[in-house]
Design a protein around this ligand. Sequence first.
Ligand code: IPE
Ligand code: IPE
Ligand code: MG
Length: 259
Amino acid sequence: MWGKWFTSNNKRNTNFNDSQLESSRMPGHVAIIMDGNGRWAQKRGLPRTFGHRAGVEALRNIVKTATTIGIKVLTVYAFSTENWKRPAAEVELLMRLFSEYLDSEIDELDSKGVQIRFIGGIDELSESLQAKIVLATDRTANNNKLVLNIAVNYGGRAEVIRAVRKITQQVIDEKLTIAEITESSISEHLYTNDLPDPDLVIRTSGDLRLSNFLLWQSAYAELWFTDSNWPDFKAEHLIKAIADFQKRDRRFGGLKNPK
Ligand code: IPE
Ligand code: IPE
Ligand code: MG
């Protein structure tokens, strides 16, 4: 099933230099914790709102870059299950921005072959946002250049709880025995069940933590951090992150040169 994602031809974009990347060692799945919108605004004496708006611009640019350099899955953390703790006005603005993003980007994303998906507790969002999400995901469902997973009302722990509940129901219904519960049983019930695990997780803005992002899936992801705030994150940062990733030695618990 996965093979179809690796067949497209990638056009070169002249706005940045990706010649340092080895096309044979591209991370299939890149996940980004888009952090630091507030600090970006604060540094400029602006309200946090401006930071979030600038953050949307950065996302537009990075999605375009991702399609150009041949990443097949890009997951972006846009709103966590913990972000509801923020002032209501900020939460409302963020929800409005997600909605505006879908309105303004859907044509462009669709024409570029981007398949839009959302992961997280989407059923807890407003009806109007849910309707736009359904429209965007249905419209782009057959696109296969890039899967853009937008994590909204997403929490890694909530995702695992959801999986455990589904598995428990299967046991109660006698469709599964306790002994049959494996790592795959959990993976199959995550939002990302048909996608590969992230190879590379990027976090902007200098904080060195996962903040409840893709906890199960990132077990063996390479982590890459930058002090740049998300609105300042450009194609060259993504390329640097991938170039660094390509130099890493991923052992998955094994040995590099077993004797
Ligand atoms: C990331 O930027 C966007 C969201 C979490 C929605 P922040 O809003 O967390 O910005 P900082 O971390 O306060 O600078
Ligand atoms: C993580 O950023 C969530 C998103 C980027 C959407 P936060 O700003 O919420 O993380 P903490 O609170 O600094 O851990
Ligand atoms: Mg933050």
